[in-house]
Design a protein around this ligand. Structure first.
Ligand code: ATP
Ligand code: MG
Length: 577
């Protein structure tokens, strides 16, 4: 339909060059390190997801940051699966994470690592701590350990097992590994300080017994290392320079540093930044898992979900997400970002690249009485006024067309300028039409058809006598239209911050029942038959749409509305000025 080949996907930004990035405090630290030569001029970051769910837009912030720094400082970024907790669905999650990172436009080359690959080394490090008297096997129950830990205002108490000899600790830890004990019988703890002001430093657990098979190591291990122990050592083994994580790990930094100092190992610098929170949605894996498991959504890739796979299916572009992540920048304090900003970044990108087409979501038939039966006019239409290279296409016009039901009112109020009885309007790229008669269902009184006349002299959309009309409507020729289903979306939650629940309510109480509207009788211009998933279109006046990658069939096309044309962010900014 268009002069350009629309079967090829939209072009990706030039990633190697990198856009101009606003400075942030992490870049400031790295710039300083480059000057002092702290890391020998190296920048080596990592993105460390736990494969226990699908990635969401919050992860995208971390991905863009870690891979973006590596790109801009000619460094490296590893993809490391933090798989110390054996979970059932691990393989599905690993695959989805890799797909999502790649889709965002980043590449880890051959640096795909798994914390589980380090289990042997980690066991050796634990043994070194025991030998040096810095770790011990504790036989208190989980409950007792919690009670002994103390509170923010009270110091903890030492376990009666704290003074076991090195020999006894080595023996017990080996037997833990050999499977001689039940889950929970013993744990390995660091021997630090039960009175430490930072509770994390009160003899944290390093290893626990879990007789659960692991997807990568099978039955080889029945003891698994804890996150805090694994994370710093994995960073060290991979010779990471800047270990970037979210603010909730600020207190864990002391333990990160303690482990690496005791073992006298290569020591990356941990730096924390504020995680992304978005209005009208949730970005916690635990909550997203519940939405999936409790069937509030159709799956991880439901287009209402803030997951990368969900927004990809909805029609978001990687460029718009990278741009959004740059704009929000980095902070040291948690805040909620307005989802309107994300949508604004999306519109900016789609506006540049999406060809314009016509589609009618809620069709009302119009018969043009003075148009010859069986005749077809092929009319020139602009593909994208924002892109001079996008060219023109031809759309068929005939005696029967569809217009949007909303574009007609039998008794229009004052400010309604669109079609009404006796009134003349322009059909986009076509002719002026005038409404002559309204046909109703005799039983229900519902309007089923409009009878109109057209002025052949207005072909192209202008009257030679200079007369004006107040509205331009989109339309589709009935004989040529594709029947399609269109799915319209709204925010997943009705509350700006659904995490903030009151009166003992669960966050699911704020799910938006109107987040999905399915319109099954849409009429689209025929060129859209060639539309493929991942390629965005602007349906004039209605928003940006994309073919649904999962449910669309050749004989039954399904489109998702990615976003409407109404830019609430731009309006908010204008009001602020
Ligand atoms: P959740 O809290 O949703 O369960 P998580 O932090 O447990 O997420 P991980 O798989 O451990 O999920 O996260 C991988 C990386 O992504 C971590 O470095 C984490 O700090 C970062 N990350 C997770 N959520 C966000 C967010 N909302 N904003 C920025 N970074 C995030
Ligand atoms: Mg985590």
């Amino acid at each position: 339909m268009a002069s350009k080949d629309q079967s090829t996907p939209p072009p990706a930004d030039n990633l190697t060059k990198g856009p101009t990035v606003p400075s942030n405090f992490i870049r400031f630290i790295i710039d300083e390190d480059m000057e002092t030569g702290k890391w020998g001029g190296r920048v080596h970051t990592r993105f460390p997801p736990e494969p226990n769910g699908y990635l969401h837009i919050g992860h995208a912030k971390s991905i863009c940051l870690n891979f973006g720094l590596a790109r801009d400082y000619r460094g490296l970024c590893n993809l490391r699966f933090d798989d110390t907790n054996p979970t059932k669905e691990e393989i599905e999650y690993v695959e989805s994470i890799k797909e999502d990172v790649r889709w965002l436009g980043y590449d880890w080359d051959d640096r795909e690592y798994y914390a589980s690959d380090y289990f042997d080394q980690l066991y050796g490090f634990a043994m070194s701590l025991i030998r040096a008297g810095n770790a011990y096997v504790d036989s208190l129950s989980a409950d007792e350990i919690r009670k002994y830990r103390g509170t923010l205002t009270e110091p903890g108490r030492e376990s009666p097992y704290r003074e076991r000899s090195v020999e006894e600790n080595i023996d017990l830890f080996q037997r833990m590994k050999d499977g001689q004990f039940e889950d929970g019988a013993h744990v390995l703890r660091a021997k630090i300080d039960m009175a430490a002001p930072n509770i994390i430093m009160r003899d944290p657990t390093l290893y626990r017994i879990r007789h659960v098979p692991h997807h990568r190591t099978g039955d080889r291990w029945c003891i698994y290392p804890m996150y805090d122990f694994t994370h710093c050592l994995s960073d060290s083994i991979e010779r990471i320079t800047h270990s970037i994580c979210t603010l909730e790990f600020e207190n864990n930094r002391e333990l990160y540093d303690w482990v690496l100092n005791q073992l006298e190992l290569y020591h990356p610098q941990q730096i924390e930044f504020a995680r992304l929170n978005l209005s009208y949605t949730v970005l916690s894996k635990r909550k997203l898992i519940r939405l999936v498991d409790e069937d509030h959504v159709s799956g991880w890739d439901d287009p209402r979900m803030p997951t990368i796979s969900g927004i990809r299916r909805r029609g978001y572009t990687p460029e718009s997400i990278r741009n959004f992540c740059e704009r929000i920048g980095l902070a040291k304090r948690d805040s909620i970002v307005d989802i309107a900003l994300l949508e604004h970044c999306l519109r900016e990108d789609l506006n540049r690249r999406a060809p314009r087409v016509m589609g009618v979501l809620r069709p009302l038939k119009v018969v043009i009485e003075n148009y010859p039966e069986g005749h077809v006019d092929m009319l020139d239409a602009l593909n994208n006024p924002e892109d001079p290279d996008a060219g023109m296409r031809q759309v068929p016009f005939s005696r029967e067309i569809y217009i949007e039901r909303d574009d007609f009112m039998e008794e229009p109020p004052k400010k309604f300028f669109r079609l009404a009885p006796g009134r003349e309007v322009r059909l986009r790229y076509a002719f002026f039409i005038t409404c002559r008669d309204v046909v109703k269902d005799s039983a229900t009184g519902e309007i089923v058809e409009l009878r109109c006349t057209y002025d052949p002299a207005t072909r192209g959309g202008d009257a030679p006598d200079g007369r004006k009309v107040k509205a331009t409507l989109h339309w589709v020729s009935a004989a040529h239209a594709i029947n399609a289903e269109c799915r319209l979306y709204d925010h997943l939650f009705t509350k700006e911050n659904p995490n903030e629940t009151a009166e003992g309510k669960d966050f699911t109480a704020y799910l938006n029942p109107d987040a999905l509207e399915i319109l099954s009788d849409c009429k689209l211009e025929p060129g859209l038959l060639q539309a493929t998933s991942g390629f965005p279109y602007q349906f004039e006046r209605l928003g940006y749409f994309v073919v649904d990658a999962k449910d669309s069939r050749e004989d039954r096309m399904v489109f998702n509305r990615t976003v409407t044309l109404r830019d609430t962010w731009a309006r908010i900014q204008k009001r602020r000025k």
